[in-house]
Design a binder for this molecule. Structure first.
Ligand code: F6R
Length: 579
């Protein structure tokens, strides 16, 4: 859950690393640090964000450097716990993304052997272990200590005694960008895109040595070749492009993300395991779980294929699925719980499919088959375009399994999304921004839409929000309804309409203001609610998408009105690589 960047080449390393870390701030931003090889190891590290303190690191000299932006796990975010960490003699500097699970015992042993620790982090043990093993070859020292580490790590190591960076990976992402006489190492491609689109994605167990002229990769001790891939993400996608926040830009990119992502699959490219499966289990977390839940409704209703869904973190507490297709949904491709659930499914001989947005991500190395959506890089912590792109892929799966009943619907869906982007939600924003708590309710597939609406609202506005199946509210939460607790109800003209109207009246009778999403021209609904948000008249699949986009915009504008840090909400990181 941290971001790391390394550079080796002819240019001054610090500005490149600073720029790269800013691109990775979505992975963590409570402190940052950079080490370069100038006159010895030069280090600058601080609590706070690189985007606000970049100048402090500009003085660092040298053409070799490593940097880190942190999401604290072991030890509070302060200057000392910020990476890079060094050994006792200041001969080695390291940055680390991941968790060393056996650090406590290693630390005790190292202290007993005379090492002095400065920080509370798990990471510092790695620097001291390398120190003990370092004679004249940094690569060998790292190769020697890696087997002692339990847990996850993407590591970059430098020493003033060698003109190279050593990189090591186990269960945390690490990509090497290949430039002209220069190499980059990073947690993902976003810091690298500006310089090169050629990249090598390291495998678990790989250790690489990067010098200005050469890249050598070892798997343990054995020299290996890894293929060079071309990553066709555009550098423009990693810039704000005139928008106030990445989140708003990414919301506006959704028509394209949806259109492109439905095109990842057709009858020919549909994986054989999907073609023949008669049951499905879905594992995912957060927003991806909500996408999976919407998929479950559509798949069961449309294709009659039973689907079970579990939070990936809970999957291990249930009996394993028997011979069914297990689909892991994870936009980052790095969510630890989802990776673990897929590994578990594989160990029970279930075929597995991953749906992800990030080329080279860990999940694609675990699942039998990976479907890449085409949302492009998503920088804002809150998932928006990656979520809509997940739905594009999942709706296309439903379409292909149902004999292509929805091809036309999917082909034109992006137009309806474009339409709702222009809606004026100011009345609803005014109602939400002063609320203590907000309920989102819907029925059928609009129930998971409510869950997602509430998640978006709470994570970026910090207003307590809960998604509920509309029928459930009277089984307890009614006690919380008051004039300060708006209810946002999705009320579409389908088989749930009548009962939704009754539910809304019940909520109104208990004093809650009701904001309703319905279809334009629905005067019956508009007359009984406080604020009516009309959506274009479309197919149910598209109503799901347009409702979601309205909820994203509502959360966004409410968060902006409350002056929240929209792209980097407190305590969160985009990629959750710990269980
Ligand atoms: C919410 C959000 C998170 C993620 C969750 C899973 O906006 O982004 O809830 O959906 O952390 O992440 P992935 O999809 O990367 O597995």
């Amino acid at each position: 859950m941290c971001g790391i960047v390394g550079y080796i080449g002819r240019k001054t390393a610090a500005p490149i690393i600073i720029k790269g870390l800013k691109k990775l701030e979505y992975r963590g931003y409570d402190s940052f640090g950079i080490a370069t090889i100038g006159s010895g190891i030069e280090i600058c590290k601080h609590a706070g964000r690189i985007s606000e303190n970049a100048r402090s690191a500009l003085h660092l000299n040298g053409t070799i450097g490593i940097g880190h932006t942190r999401w604290a796990t072991h030890g509070v975010p302060n200057d000392i716990n910020a990476h890079p960490h060094t050994d006792c003699k200041n001969r080695i500097a390291i940055v680390h993304n991941g968790i060393i699970e056996n650090y406590a015992i290693l630390k005790r042993q190292l202290i007993a052997r005379g090492h002095r620790f400065l920080s509370e982090t798990d990471t510092e043990v790695i620097a001291h272990l390398i120190e003990e093993n370092y004679k004249d070859n940094l690569l060998s020292a790292v190769q020697n200590i890696v087997p002692k580490l339990q847990g996850s790590f993407a590591l970059l190591v430098i020493s003033p005694e060698e003109e190279r960076i050593i990189a090591a990976r186990n269960a945390s992402p690490l990509v090497i960008g290949i430039g002209d006489g220069e190499y980059f190492a990073a947690s993902d491609m976003t810091p690298v895109l500006e310089y090169t689109e050629r990249a090598v994605f390291l495998e678990d167990g790989d250790i690489a040595s990067l010098s200005p002229a050469n890249l050598e990769i070892y798997h343990g001790e054995k020299r290996v070749e890894r293929s060079v891939e071309l990553v066709d993400w555009s550098v423009e996608d990693t810039r704000k492009g005139g928008f106030a926040h990445y989140m708003l830009k990414e919301i506006y990119e959704q028509p394209q993300a949806f259109y492109d992502s439905t095109r990842t699959l057709d009858q020919e490219t549909l994986p054989a395991s999907v073609k023949k499966t008669s049951s499905v289990a879905i594992v995912a977390c957060g927003s991806s779980f909500h996408a999976g839940l919407i998929f479950k409704y559509l798949l069961e209703e449309t294709c009659g294929i039973p689907a079970r869904i579990e939070y990936a973190s809970e999957f291990k507490y249930f009996p394993p699925p028997v011979s069914c297709l297990v689909i892991g949904i994870t936009q980052s491709g790095e969510t630890a719980d989802t990776l673990t659930a897929l590994k578990q499914a594989k160990s029970h001989n279930c075929p597995t499919i991953a749906i992800t947005n990030v080329p080279g991500s860990s999940v694609s190395r675990i699942a039998d088959t990976t479907i890449f959506m085409r949302a492009g890089p998503e920088i804002s912590v809150a998932a928006t375009k990656s979520f809509i792109a997940q739905l594009a892929v999942l709706m296309q799966l439903v379409n292909l399994r149902s004999g292509e009943q929805f091809t036309k619907v999917l082909l034109h869906a992006h137009r309806a999304i474009e339409e709702v982007l222009l809606m004026d939600l100011s009345d609803a924003v005014s109602a939400c921004k002063q609320a203590q708590s907000i309920f989102y309710v819907g029925r059928g597939p609009f129930y998971p839409v409510s869950l997602e609406g509430a998640l978006k609202m709470k994570e970026i506005s910090y207003i307590h929000a809960e998604g509920y199946a509309a029928g459930e509210l009277k089984h307890g939460p009614f006690a919380l309804l008051s004039k300060d607790t708006p209810v946002i109800a999705i009320c579409m003209p389908d088989e749930t309409y009548g009962v939704m109207i009754s539910n809304i009246k019940e909520m109104k009778a208990r004093g809650a203001p009701v904001i309703a999403l319905g279809i334009e021209g629905d005067s019956e609904l508009a007359d009984i609610v406080d604020i009516f948000i009309p959506l274009p008249k479309t197919h149910k699949f598209v109503q799901i998408l347009t409702s979601l986009v309205v909820f994203q915009l509502l959360a966004y504008h409410t968060a902006v009105a409350l002056q929240r840090d929209v792209d980097k909400p407190r305590n969160l990181a985009k990629s959750v690589t710990v269980e």
